[in-house]
Design a protein around this ligand. Structure first.
Ligand SMILES: Cc1cc2nc3c(=O)[nH]c(=O)nc-3n(C[C@H](O)[C@H](O)[C@H](O)COP(=O)(O)OP(=O)(O)OC[C@H]3O[C@@H](n4cnc5c(N)ncnc54)[C@H](O)[C@@H]3O)c2cc1C
Length: 549
């Protein structure tokens, strides 16, 4: 969508009939705000939604050094963005410009209307999505500021965490950004305090943990003290699909996610084989849309919430989270997917986050622009990474252990790699050692056929050598295969942990009412579409289980 179209989708004007209908179905209250009065402020949660009847509401960004007016809403226009659905804090403020009359709608009433009035719901939802995109691209919006070095693993962790959670932020690189000295001085800090996360002129955070950061910026939402019909562990494609189907079918549903919604797919810059998206889409887009959908139906999504243990009380499952919190579930879905395999060569752990990366998104690409980078692996994820990085790096070397790129990679990707001039394929090649001081400088590589060794200068190695299931937190009651993937299905009727009189459902584990879906499940197809399909299918079995509880 071009900028002009995006603007018109982001800021539509409702006609009088639409305004009246929306005001009526949300039981909106008509209110008068005087010039300069605040309707809502950045940081507010569960904020109200406003439709302008007369006058003007300015949307102002207070996160930079001086307040900036980003847009003005006039008669028939409305405030708000995706935070109405996610329940996360507002990132901008709404201030009356002159006296204005507005219809004020509570967050709950708005969510109800979005589910009940499809015609107006489409206009509002599209506007919310488009506004986020405009804000993300706007040079006038500051948002959070992350000040840190490209060579710092903690700076990378903070940036990675924020971008995976779709938080709007600006990164100021200590190595190159001319504003850094002045800003640090302003906060009374020095370079040794970095990474620093700042919002406006409030006291900045120094090297916060992911959880501290999530608490400070309001993206961590505590769980409610109730028994959920369905608790899902993991918010990759399978967990998010189950969340959307569960909540839309009336189940009290919670999703607990370790780092950020999206899972492995969230680190793909181009998924081209997902049905219905002929132009492909980024994993982050797919996850962003799924999160909105899940929130629209009232899913409780808790991030960052690593689950480290399960216990069982009668028919229910108790889910234990890091920090000691627990939540009880009538049915549980294990959707924890798989995790990248570490490279395991000399230096690879030392340079994790400062030269060795297990994903290739814009966050990593920014660190390597104009340089030579190395991609390790011969599967589709390595192929996608190589093609994406070729658009940012000067040269990409893709290394495979065997000699046939077509063996494990889809042929459309393998052909694209062969046709991209700045990608070079190194067959029969592995990395022997990584070299550098505070950050990666070069790697020693060896050809297994010829024995030839050489050193390649590079600031970035991107590894995609397969993944292992994330199941080490599961108790023995959940049976796994020799590789650690969760077993499901009828065979488990023979398990010593199976206690029900009926046969296990297709996606049910050895413990009744505990299910598994997606990459974590033994025998699953490791693809986005199949993970989504399994997540949706699991909900059908959850309904069957609940009928007998
Ligand atoms: C770079 C890359 C590109 C890819 N491209 C494609 C593609 O183009 N097409 C395609 O079909 N497939 C692609 N895949 C494969 C696809 O992404 C996976 O098959 C899919 O993501 C699996 O979904 P899932 O929900 O089962 O698991 P995952 O995506 O692995 O998600 C699991 C989630 O669970 C969370 N989690 C794990 N442990 C815990 C815990 N203890 N507590 C709480 N949360 C936890 C994780 O943080 C993660 O968010 C790609 C994979 C990668 C890595």
């Amino acid at each position: 969508m071009n900028e002009q179209n995006l603007q018109s989708v982001a800021f539509p004007t409702l006609d009088e009939t639409q305004v009246t209908k929306l005001a009526r179905c949300t039981q909106a209250e008509l209110k008068l705000f005087r010039d300069g009065q605040t309707l809502f402020a950045a940081g507010d949660r569960n904020l109200n939604f406003f439709i302008v009847k007369s006058g003007e509401v300015a949307i102002v960004d207070f996160s930079g050094d001086t307040p900036k007016s980003l847009t003005i809403h006039r008669q028939g226009q409305f405030t708000g963005d995706v935070s109405h659905l996610t329940g996360l804090p507002a990132v901008v403020s709404g201030v009356a410009r002159g006296d204005c009359e507005v219809y004020e709608v509570t967050g709950d009433a708005l969510r109800g209307a979005l589910n009940q009035c499809p015609a107006i719901s489409d206009i509002i939802l599209q506007a919310f999505i488009a506004r986020r995109q405009l804000l993300r691209d706007s040079p006038d919006f500051t948002g959070l500021r992350v000040i840190g070095s490209r060579y710092s693993a903690d700076t990378f962790r903070v940036r990675d965490f924020l971008s995976k959670n779709r938080v709007l932020f600006r990164w100021l690189d200590v190595e190159t950004d001319p504003q850094v000295d002045q800003l640090l001085k302003q906060f009374g800090l020095t370079e040794s305090d970095t990474p620093v996360v700042a919002f406006g002129s409030t006291q900045p955070l120094h090297n916060p943990s992911n959880r501290e950061l999530a608490d400070a910026i309001g993206i961590h939402q505590p769980l409610e003290a109730l028994v959920y019909d369905l608790v899902i562990v993991g918010a990759g494609p399978s967990g998010l699909a189950a969340a959307v189907y569960g909540a839309s079918e009336g189940l009290r549903t919670a999703v607990l996610e370790d780092t950020a919604p999206g899972g492995q797919a969230g680190s793909s810059m181009r998924i081209e084989n997902y049905l219905g998206f002929p132009l492909g889409l980024t994993g982050s887009d797919l996850a962003g849309r799924a999160i909105l959908q899940a929130n629209k139906f009232g899913v409780h999504l808790s991030v960052p919430t690593p689950v480290n243990r399960l216990s069982f009380e009668n028919a229910y499952t108790v889910v234990h989270m890091e920090g000691g919190e627990t939540v009880t579930a009538k049915c549980l879905l294990i959707a924890t997917g798989a995790d990248y395999r570490h490279l395991g060569v000399e230096g690879s752990d030392r340079f994790a986050g400062t030269g060795v990366y297990y994903a290739a998104t814009l966050a990593e690409a920014q660190l390597c622009s104009g340089s030579q980078v190395v991609v390790v692996g011969g599967g589709n994820s390595a192929g996608q990474a190589a093609v994406f990085l070729a658009g940012h790096a000067r040269r990409v070397l893709i290394m495979i252990r065997g000699d046939d790129l077509h063996k494990n990679m889809s042929s459309y990707l393998a052909r694209r790699i062969e046709q991209t001039p700045n990608i070079e394929l190194l067959r029969n090649t592995t990395i022997r050692r990584m070299n550098g001081d505070t950050h990666l400088g070069s790697v020693d590589i060896v050809n297994s056929q010829t024995g030839e060794e050489r050193t390649v200068e590079t600031p970035g190695v991107f590894s995609f050598i397969g993944a292992d299931p994330r199941t080490n937190w599961l108790p023995p009651e959940i049976e796994r295969d020799a590789k650690g993937f969760v077993r499901t299905g009828a065979d488990l009727a023979q398990s010593r942990y199976w206690t029900a009189a009926r046969q296990p459902f297709l996606l049910e584990t050895s413990r009744p009412s505990v299910f598994a879906a997606g990459d974590v499940r033994a025998g699953s197809v490791k693809r986005v579409a199949s993970a989504v399909g399994e997540g949706a299918m699991a909900v059908q079995f959850v309904h069957e289980c609940l009928k007998h509880m």
